[in-house]
Design a protein around this ligand. Structure first.
Ligand code: 4NP
Length: 154
């Protein structure tokens, strides 16, 4: 099997998609799944910044590492380079869809499509909210990560 490449996308690439990168990396490793993982933002507002300290704190409390991450913007080459391009919310997905060449549109999805049915389909933006927003993000991302791992291994 060629190593699958997964790109997680949110708006700023400092809260949700870096969390997805950190969580999926740890859980894929624990499952023995070799993957190439990256994350990016549809905006360039925080380019070269490290993940938000609130995301790092909440994630580290669950044992996840954000080492080496810095924000970047989605580029056109990403659509050819990655196998899964997973958006955190419907706005992110719509932006990706506008940019994405038709022959790669099948790679686009909401990340929470891989979470068990019945839960919300979008990871809510925690940036302007309270502290518990970061734990909600982690809960949702952990569930979707396990679903995606199962899907890739199937
Ligand atoms: P993210 O969160 O998309 O999960 O990284 C945000 C980060 C920054 C902003 C919005 C959302 N912002 O408006 O600067």
């Amino acid at each position: 099997m060629t190593i699958p490449k997964v790109l997680f996308v949110c708006l700023g690439n400092i809260c949700r998609s870096p969390t997805a990168e950190a969580v999926f990396k740890a859980r894929a490793k624990a499952a023995g799944l070799e993957v190439h993982i990256d994350s990016a933002g549809t905006s360039g507002w925080h380019v070269n910044e490290k993940p938000d300290p609130r995301s790092i704190e909440a994630g580290q409390a669950r044992g996840y590492s954000f080492t080496g991450q810095s924000s970047r913007k989605v580029i056109r080459a990403d659509f050819g380079n990655f196998d899964y391009i997973l958006a955190m919310d419907a706005d992110n997905l719509s932006e990706l869809s506008d940019m994405c060449p038709d022959n790669h549109k099948n790679k686009l999805a909401l990340f929470l499509d891989y979470a068990p049915k019945g839960s919300t389909r979008e990871v809510p933006d925690p940036y302007y909210g309270g502290e518990d927003g970061f734990d909600i993000v982690l809960d949702l991302i952990e569930r979707a990560s396990d679903g995606l791992i199962k899907d890739i291994l199937a």
